[in-house]
Design a protein around this ligand. Structure first.
Ligand code: NAD
Length: 485
């Protein structure tokens, strides 16, 4: 019998009478059915989350709550292989990458935010008063309530726990809507919640799509007190409209069109290693990845040549095979979108340095959503592939001649998520980093993350910051208490 990915509501798995297929991205075979939550299931999930705030969860001391989150992290680690296989079947990401990044980071999210919560300061002011006796003001941190968590498919477990962990650490309850493409790890996490004794209703999962489905039902629900979202900018705008009804706070982590900037003085070995990862990791389905690459003219030919070699070394294949370095795209639909940009690049006159199409795969994988890693040159910033987020394993490489010029070109976008600068000139690194309009700037590295740091996008890449104490700012409210002495 096909596996059914059920909703997780009030501590129990809940089926529905409306199912849709889940396909494995690497061979397009149906690997299960997803039970789509309707309005009734979303209402039940929100009601359970609301009730849990008033139950034991709402009464626990911080220490007790955090103890449960540490236990949850340990339980994820104990079920490591179950999570790894679930994530691999959902996404097609090579298993060794999932073992290295997604699952350890998922577990770490619960530990890190429990640690942060233990040390988060409050504020205290001594106030003078006209009568001379004074007053003291201090702030209490309270959970915001029921948080709606709307997730994408590209690194599902890591990105979902990035939001659920701080929300729970702060004492909230959650209703998670995973992407319709990746139901598995969010569903599995319910088992871990029950295993460690997190009370029913604290963590709920409802499956389905966006408009007229579970996503919309969650974001428009009047008992959802705050909404945290990761996904496309266009979807984020729709969710902000929904959140405006009831004036609910939002945290938005959205799309990007991230520039990489390579100065000719950079260490080229490090550049190629870091840049090829930033272009091709997870088949280019990383919001922080590089899709526009600016190379100082003296280094241009060498970078293009070496990036081509790096792209052609990538081994696509069965994600369970330890020699596979790149998996497929998430779905046939997403592949069609990426291929439409591959065609557009050629129509606009790009030189295809490598890739540009569908690779030949063995018969058992031929129906998967494969595309070739692709490097283009020959177009400038006005090209469609230089302006729109593609979210595939591809990059347009363009030469530049001066520091001011490249900063202006890098900033000439409606997005502002991340940027990467490669140089051995320390002063220049600081100068350029300060002028780039993005939430994150990496210098001589990429994807190096300290979970305590502020994470988020400028311009249309995001609203608000998560990470470390910044997450706590979103998932809690400060209440000031003023005491007249
Ligand atoms: P998406 O916007 O299509 O979907 C994200 C989620 O929103 C899904 O669960 C979807 O069902 C739901 N949704 C869609 N319409 C909705 C609606 N009207 N109301 C409520 N929910 C709705 O994004 P995706 O294709 O899953 O993910 C890829 C995108 O995510 C890319 O743009 C990428 O850059 C972005 N992303 C950003 C970050 C970041 O940290 N900034 C991280 C990862 C991915």
């Amino acid at each position: 019998m096909a596996k059914i990915f059920q909703n997780f509501i009030d501590g129990r798995y809940v089926d529905t009478d409306k199912h849709f297929d889940k396909h494995a991205p690497y061979d397009n075979k149906v690997i299960g059915q997803i039970a789509e939550a309707g309005k009734a299931e979303v209402d039940a999930a929100v009601a359970a989350a609301k009730a849990a705030l008033k139950g034991p969860w709402g009464k626990y001391t911080i220490e007790k709550r955090l103890e449960l989150l540490y236990a949850l992290a340990d339980e994820i680690t104990r079920r490591f292989e179950d999570f790894a296989i679930a994530e691999q079947q959902d996404t097609g990401i090579p298993l060794h990458l999932i073992r290295h990044v997604a699952i350890p980071r998922g577990a770490a999210n619960f530990k890190v935010f429990a640690d942060v919560m233990k040390t988060v300061p409050t504020e205290f002011f001594q106030t003078t008063t006209p009568d001379g006796t004074g007053a003291i003001n201090y702030a209490l941190r309270r959970p915001v309530g029921v948080v709606g968590v709307i997730c994408p498919w590209n690194m599902p477990f890591l990105l979902m726990t990035w939001k659920v962990a701080p929300a729970l650490a702060c004492g909230n309850t959650v209703v998670v809507k995973p992407s319709e493409e990746t139901p598995a790890t969010a569903t599995l996490l319910g088992e871990c919640m029950n295993a460690v004794g997190i009370p029913a209703g604290v963590y709920n999962v409802v499956h389905g799509f966006g408009p007229n489905s579970a996503g919309e039902f969650v974001t428009t629900h009047e008992d959802v007190d705050a909404i945290t979202f990761t996904g496309e900018t266009r979807t984020g705008s729709a969710i902000m409209k929904a959140a405006a009804v009831g004036a609910r706070p939002v945290s938005m982590e959205m799309g990007g069109k991230n520039p990489g900037i390579i100065f000719a003085d950079a260490d080229l070995d490090a550049v190629i290693e870091g840049t090829s990862r930033s272009c091709f990791l997870n088949t280019g389905q990383v919001c922080l990845g590089t899709e526009r690459l600016y190379v100082e003219r003296p280094a241009f030919e060498a970078v293009v040549e070496r990036l081509k070699v790096a792209a052609e070394k990538i081994k696509m294949g069965n994600p369970a095979d330890s020699t596979t370095t790149m998996g497929p795209l998430i779905s046939q639909e997403h592949r069609e979108k990426v291929l439409s940009y591959y065609r557009k690049a050629v129509e606009e006159g790009a030189t295809v340095v490598t890739g540009g199409g569908i690779p030949e795969m063995p018969a058992d994988l031929a129906s998967g959503s494969w595309v070739q890693p692709t490097v283009w040159t020959g177009l400038d910033d006005s090209a469609v592939i230089a302006r729109e987020e593609i979210f595939g394993p591809c990059v347009l490489v363009m030469p530049f001649d001066g520091e001011d010029e490249v900063i202006e070109r890098a900033n000439n976008t409606r997005y502002g998520l991340s940027a990467t600068v490669w140089t051995t000139n320390l002063s220049r690194a600081h100068r350029v980093a300060a002028k780039l309009e993005s939430g994150i700037v990496w210098v001589n590295s990429w994807f190096l993350r300290d979970l305590r740091t502020a994470f988020g996008g400028s311009k249309q890449s995001g609203i608000g910051r998560e990470g470390g104490v910044h997450s706590l700012e979103f998932y809690t409210e400060l209440k000031n208490v003023c005491i007249k002495l």
